[in-house]
Design a protein around this ligand. Structure first.
Ligand SMILES: Nc1ncnc2c1ncn2[C@@H]1O[C@H](COP(=O)(O)OP(=O)(O)OP(=O)(O)O)[C@@H](O)[C@H]1O
Length: 265
């Protein structure tokens, strides 16, 4: 399926990704073509193993495509870039650095002056609720707190593109909802382009202006669902009939695909 929007920030062009394991070649992605517009918020959902992370890793420049390519702002992706912030579910922090120093790390690399760094770090620590833990080491934090620290670190360098792979998966339900709201708040203010992989159908609908549903064997785009709910998204919206209708639509596209029910029997 090909989707064309006016100005693509991320463009997948007929991407095919094969992996060879113990002599067997496996096609993780086949014929993936997709445009994600500048400033757009796209979520990617689909059954386990359909290639969601592979697609995100290709956009992050962490893979060498078998054929096809990924373009960012009309340039072929051939490795990681500072324009792109990547947040994984299990994000490794530097264990020897405090929370503050972890968040500050990318800013030091970018040679941001110390005074400015402090303001930025304070802002993002507050955003993720870690102000009181600024001087703690990662080993002193819970899993959810570590993840929030990783998120603050990625946001702090203000990348144009955020690639997020199940970033809130390890958080408790309340923190997760808070982080979704905060992510949308920063996105509406700063309009980064976001590609967000999730297993959670509610999350996919709440965040996105477009949900991409993938199918497996081989991994490919199965359906796109436009989410016409206005921003800012509110708690009332989550409980609305329109949200319920969209959630059902995405749910059916993910779980009523041919072969999905059988794969889980
Ligand atoms: N580096 C790799 N080497 C070999 N196989 C891989 C590699 N990365 C992914 N795969 C395989 O490619 C397929 C797609 O994996 P991927 O992690 O992209 O799926 P996913 O949709 O993100 O899955 P999940 O929802 O379970 O996280 C899987 O069958 C996986 O085993």
């Amino acid at each position: 399926m090909t989707t064309t929007t006016s100005k693509a920030m991320i463009r997948f062009e007929d991407l095919r990704q094969e992996f060879t394991l113990t002599g067997n070649t496996f096609t993780a992605l086949d014929g993936v073509s997709l445009d994600i517009a500048d400033g757009e918020f796209v979520t990617v959902v689909g059954p386990s193993g359909c290639g969601k992370s592979t697609m995100l890793n290709a956009a992050a420049g962490l893979l060498d495509p078998t054929s096809g390519r990924v373009m960012v702002d009309d340039r072929e992706v051939d490795g990681p870039s500072t324009r792109t912030g990547v947040i994984f579910q299990q994000y490794a922090l530097f264990p020897w650095l405090t929370v503050r120093k972890n968040v500050e790390f990318g800013l030091e690399l970018k040679k941001v002056p110390a005074k400015e760094r402090r303001v930025i770090v304070d802002h993002y620590l507050e955003l993720v609720g870690l102000t009181r833990f600024a001087e703690a080491l990662p080993k002193e934090l819970s899993g959810g707190m570590k993840q929030r620290c990783a998120i603050a670190r990625a946001y702090a360098v203000n990348p144009e593109i955020l690639l997020m792979d199940e970033p809130f998966g390890a958080l408790d339900a309340l923190t997760r909802v808070h982080m979704q709201e905060q992510l949308l708040k920063t996105w509406t203010q700063e309009r980064r382009t976001v590609m967000f992989v999730t297993h959670d159908v509610d999350e996919s609908v709440f965040l996105a202006s477009r949900v991409i549903v993938m199918a497996a064997r081989p991994g490919r785009i199965f359906k796109e669902i436009k989410i016409d709910l206005p921003y800012p998204r509110t708690e009332e919206m989550r409980l609305s009939d329109e949200f319920a209708r969209l959630r059902t639509q995405v749910w059916e596209a993910v779980y009523h695909q041919p072969g999905v029910a059988e794969a889980h029997q």
